[in-house]
Design a protein around this ligand. Structure first.
Ligand SMILES: Nc1ncnc2c1ncn2[C@@H]1O[C@H](COP(=O)(O)OP(=O)(O)OP(=O)(O)O)[C@@H](O)[C@H]1O
Length: 313
């Protein structure tokens, strides 16, 4: 028997974990995502940034089966992803949403167990009859959910209602629920939106820990400090098209990115303003990002939280 040549190696070994090719999404006359190529390697943390309305969330929706792209394809481990959210989750892609989507009146641990449903196999009859297979899977799911709650620093809070958790804790619970599906790739849509600097730092640590589990992460975020310190690679979307992608330093210094998204140096606030911002825990430094964070002053930040809390209520 001959040894397979490298060219004959399975696609799963040679291709990136996620490969999106020429992904396009049109809504009537509007092209929200226009021929975007993006790869994510195994264990990589990739950032996706761009101005409001650039098409970032639409692109996520194309990756996760919520939208069927008008054109292009998405592959995971070399295999085309099916255009169905549950099948995409089963294939190994989990996500969180821009606005918190928890089951507010279920307990914290139940929310995580729900996230495991794509990994349990007991059929409906077994579940109704509470057969041995169902009971074994239920025990395993509970034990795994407790581990995940420990992992996201929610130990001891499993029996609370999700709605009673603090805002930052609800965001961590969403991540635990996504991890419960045992993903190879986790997509995070603005995970630090509405967070204070301390919560943002904790989220950064958590994402590093997730990578430590061997899980790749693709993250949309407007907080440049977070993105630049977290990511191995950053891609910039502008008006549905990918403007540039590369190491964070290169992207941040790219003139086109500064012009289209970050804002020209002339736009920076005078030093007194900057000091004022940092005193208020605002670390933003540039144009659109600053505009975004301007919304995160005391009033708007609590409004964001209120909106997110309403979502879970
Ligand atoms: N279901 C839809 N039907 C019609 N237009 C849509 C739909 N979803 C998104 N769009 C439009 O597509 C464009 C891209 O929106 P998208 O939410 O993907 O941008 P984004 O980069 O995620 O913005 P933000 O940073 O504000 O979340 C916008 O013009 C938006 O209005």
């Amino acid at each position: 028997m001959s040894t397979p040549s490298p060219a004959a190696a399975p696609a799963a070994r040679t291709s990136p974990l996620l490969e999106a090719r020429r992904v396009t999404m049109r809504f009537g006359g509007l092209t929200a995502v226009d021929g975007v190529d993006l790869t994510v390697g195994r264990g990589e943390i990739v950032g996706l940034i761009g101005p409001n309305g650039a098409g970032k969330t639409t692109f996520f929706n194309c990756l996760t089966g919520l939208y069927v792209p008008t054109d292009g394809e998405v592959r995971l481990d070399g295999a085309a992803l099916p255009p169905r959210p549950a099948k995409v989750t089963r294939a190994g892609v989990a996500r969180t949403f821009q606005n918190i989507r928890l089951f507010a009146n279920m307990t914290v641990v139940e929310n995580v167990i729900v996230g495991r449903h794509t990994r349990t196999t007991a059929g409906l009859l077994s579940a109704i009859g509470r057969g041995p297979r169902y009971r074994r899977e239920e025990r395993e799911s509970l034990s795994r959910a407790q581990e995940l709650l420990d992992f996201v620093d929610l130990r001891g809070q499993g029996n609370q209602l999700a709605r009673n958790l603090s805002y930052g804790a609800q965001r961590r619970l969403e991540i635990a629920r996504a991890l419960a599906s045992e993903p190879k790739l986790l997509l995070l849509d603005e995970p630090t939106a509405g967070m204070n600097p301390q919560e943002t730092r904790e989220t950064e640590e958590l994402v590093h820990a997730i990578r430590g589990l061997g899980i790749a992460v693709l993250v949309i975020e407007h907080d440049m400090r977070f993105i630049m310190s977290l990511c191995d690679r950053v891609a910039v979307l502008v008006q549905g098209s990918k403007l540039i992608e590369g190491p964070p330093g290169d992207v941040q210094a790219d003139e086109r990115v500064v012009e289209a998204y970050l804002g020209a140096p002339d736009d920076e606030p005078p030093p007194a303003d900057r000091r004022d911002q940092s005193e208020h825990g605002d670390h933003s430094e540039h144009g659109d990002q600053r505009a975004h964070r301007d919304q995160s002053d005391e009033g708007a930040e609590s409004a964001t939280r209120d909106r997110n809390q309403e979502r879970t209520a």
